[in-house]
Design a protein. Structure first.
Length: 356
């Protein structure tokens, strides 16, 4: 397992590369050019600048999260081809720079969705929270107004330029079914996977978070059968998964360890985090420790160990602790604690199997 840490770039993150350097066992920075809108081709000089900076701290730049997919591709519009061409060019450039894995998602309109970014735990720490009824009963457009006006609601992953087009986007998705989305995903993969193969870049789709349809929009990367179907759309080792335990695991019917054992070699990137699921379907992101949440992180790490996982991993979201001011879910302290928990499990498994 090759440990990495997500960092949002100079001037765009509260955390420094010096700080990340002091977390044991971190080899690589998971990075992106966050200011480039979905659908645009990434400039080579920007890629090389980022590479130079990250490598100067002794980290690798092997994993990019994310190169976002333009909405027209997900919608299957005739304009998609130009955005797919740009995506291919970006893959080529990232390949030249030495990138090995690209994480992306195929969620219509929204990326990860939560109703509260700072929900308090009994110990005073806060973390991301999803209140099912609030989303199920919400009129999406009303919700968007609230978010835009900052009234008691903020959502991560919603870029302002997308918010302003939300009404049109919802209209555009009105008649898009799950099957349409599958077809549009297949079309995209058939175009990009050959380019990924030539450039030796493993594509790793991120599951939908949460893994069920929201606001009537289709979501398909949600459970084991669908992951199976996804991998067959283009059956190449370059068409693989970002297996996010917290996203998939917020549906109690998903057994993450089982998925790791089944999809092993097609998992190119592991996101490891815990969630505590409540009886009404709400969930809160907890510390990585197994007993703090509903997922058995020990079993999940053991599954990676059992399959001899040599891919990239990162601790996913953490809580906000010790009064840290940071991006929601992306503080330094709790993610560093998460890494040490993962290493603790991993090293004892190594020792028991006589590997260290
Ligand atoms: C949330 C992240 C996601 C992920 C994208 C991948 O914290 O895991 O936003 O980066 O879905 O495209």
């Amino acid at each position: 397992m090759r440990m990495t840490f997500r960092w949002y770039g100079e001037g765009n993150d509260t955390i420094t590369l010096e700080q990340i350097k002091q977390i044991p066992g971190v080899e690589g920075i998971v990075w992106s050019l966050h200011d480039i809108p979905a659908g645009e081709e990434w400039p080579m000089d920007r890629i090389l600048n980022e590479k130079k900076l990250i490598e100067s701290y002794g980290f690798n730049i092997d994993v990019v999260e994310s190169v976002n997919v333009h909405e027209d591709i997900k919608l299957g519009l005739p304009t998609r081809d130009k955005y797919i061409e740009n995506y291919k060019k970006t893959i080529e450039k990232l390949g030249k720079a030495g990138v090995k894995v690209i994480c992306y998602n195929f969620m219509p309109v929204f990326d990860w969705t939560r109703t509260d970014l700072y929900k308090k735990h009994p110990d005073g720490s806060t973390s991301l929270f999803f209140e099912k009824a609030k989303i199920e009963n919400a009129d999406p457009l009303e919700l968007v107004e609230k978010i835009a006006n900052g009234v008691n609601m903020t959502m991560p992953g919603w870029e302002p330029e997308r918010l302003s087009h939300l009404k049109e986007l919802f209209k555009a998705y009105e008649n898009v079914t799950d099957e349409d989305l599958w077809n549009n995903l297949k079309y995209f993969l058939e175009a990009i996977i050959p380019i990924a193969e030539i450039n030796d870049i493993k594509m790793a789709i991120h599951p939908d978070d949460p893994p069920w349809p929201i606001f009537g929009l289709p979501r398909i990367i949600t459970r084991k059968e669908n992951l199976r179907r996804f991998l067959k759309l283009v059956d190449s080792p370059y068409n693989g998964l970002t297996l996010c335990s917290g996203s998939l695991g917020s549906n109690p019917e998903n057994n993450v360890a089982e998925m790791i054992r089944e999809f092993g070699p097609r998992i190119h990137f592991a996101h490891i985090r815990n969630v505590k699921i409540f009886e009404n379907g709400d969930f809160i992101e907890s510390s990585h420790k197994t007993s703090d949440g509903s997922l058995d992180i020990v079993d999940i790490v053991k599954a990676y160990h059992d399959i001899g996982f040599t891919g990239y991993a990162r601790p996913d979201h953490g809580r906000h602790i010790w009064n840290e001011q940071c991006r929601p879910g992306y503080g330094l302290y709790d993610r560093a604690l998460g890494i040490m928990y993962i290493w603790g499990i991993w090293d004892s498994l190594q020792k028991n199997s006589g590997k260290c």
